[in-house]
Ligand binder design. Structure first.
Ligand SMILES: [Zn+2]
Ligand SMILES: [Zn+2]
Length: 349
């Protein structure tokens, strides 16, 4: 587990570095700033809310959450199960309330992330520190390797899904409506809430909260936790992230077996995973089928590891992260990335 302070303390220096190079994505920076300002206002509006609005805002956490976990992630990014049209429409609507970019773009970035995890071609490469993996990657222009990697993958299955393309066609206006206006309209229509109070709390505040719950999978679950399934893989088993991201924190398993619809080894009784429960409930009524699991592959992997252990073969060691390497070398060098040129800059300290 890495708890280095370096990846946090260097944020201002790294920001000014990218500012000077013109690497800031101003549109996304403006959007992210606006969204956080709306959420901040929402914090003060909580006291003005009717209790129904607070319950509604709370419920929108799992509702918009499954649009990401069950929809964009497990169904559309990984094809870990198949779903009937009404389920896909429902998940697309939930996904639009989450407003994390269209399913097409989300799944594209995520497939690139899995194929090139912890490298320059990973959109939220956790080797660049907590903040970059969490949300910094959205505030900067993409690394050229990410763009190149995206062009090499096949997304034809997404282009052939009319539900995905419907949302893409209306992006971003439909998602903006579903994220901010629709929750407020429900609150006004059914319990007479003030529109703007619901807009700021059930819309803006809930949106930014769920956003950070999702971000934790890319940051905390790539930095903190255990690695029981693949010691060479940085993604980790993190129960805290699983709580916030409704079951997506079992990330060492997920990167080892990304086709597994549960994204975890065990059942929901021992690993918090409401997203798995939701898929299982849909399967019970025949709306979902073809759920894939990684348990058989893991049984073989575990047997192989046991054989190696008895034969005295040592476990391999993962590559150190830049700040860990620095610590090992006694503060010799810090490695920064230069997205516009796609090369690493090494600075002596
Ligand atoms: Zn990951
Ligand atoms: Zn994934």
């Amino acid at each position: 587990m890495d708890l280095s302070n370096k990846m946090f303390s260097e944020i201002p220096m790294v920001f000014s570095y990218h500012w000077n190079l013109g690497n800031i994505n101003w549109l996304m920076t403006a959007w992210t700033t606006w969204a956080h300002a709306v959420a901040f206002v929402g914090l003060f509006k909580i006291m003005d809310c009717r209790k129904e609005t607070l319950i509604w805002a709370f419920l929108l956490w799992p509702i918009s959450g499954i649009g990401i976990t069950v929809g964009a992630h497990r169904l559309w990014s990984h094809r870990s199960y198949s779903a009937a049209l009404p389920v896909r429409v429902f998940l697309m609507l939930c996904n639009s309330i989450a407003n994390q970019g269209s399913i097409l773009h989300w799944a594209r970035d995520h497939r690139v992330h899995h194929k090139h995890s912890e490298t320059d071609a990973d959109p939220h490469n956790a080797m660049r520190g907590f903040f970059f993996a969490h949300m910094g990657w959205l505030l900067l222009k993409k690394h050229p390797e990410v763009i190149r990697a995206g062009k090499e993958l096949d997304f034809s299955d997404l282009h052939e899904d009319p539900v995905v393309m419907f949302q893409k066609k209306l992006d971003p206006w439909f998602a903006l409506y579903m994220c901010f206006v629709f929750p407020a309209q429900i609150a006004v229509r059914f319990w007479g809430e003030n529109f703007w109070t619901a807009f700021f709390v059930a819309g803006g505040l809930r949106y930014v909260y769920v956003l950070h719950c999702t971000f934790l999978v890319n940051s905390a679950a790539h930095l903190y936790g255990d690695h029981p399934y693949d010691i060479m893989s940085h993604p980790a088993e993190n129960p805290y992230v699983s709580f916030f991201a409704i079951g997506e924190g079992w990330h060492n398993w997920h990167h080892k077996y990304p086709f597994d619809y549960a994204t975890s080894e065990f059942g929901i009784s021992s690993q918090f995973n409401p997203s798995k429960l939701f898929i299982d409930m849909l399967a019970a009524v025949g709306l979902v089928w073809g759920r894939k699991r990684g348990t058989a592959a893991w049984d073989m992997g575990r047997a192989r590891r046991e054989r190696d252990r008895k034969a005295g073969v040592p476990l391999p060691k993962p590559v150190s992260r830049p700040w860990e390497a620095t610590a090992v070398k006694g503060g010799i060098e810090i490695v920064h990335w230069k997205p516009t040129a796609g090369v690493k800059r090494v600075r002596k300290v």
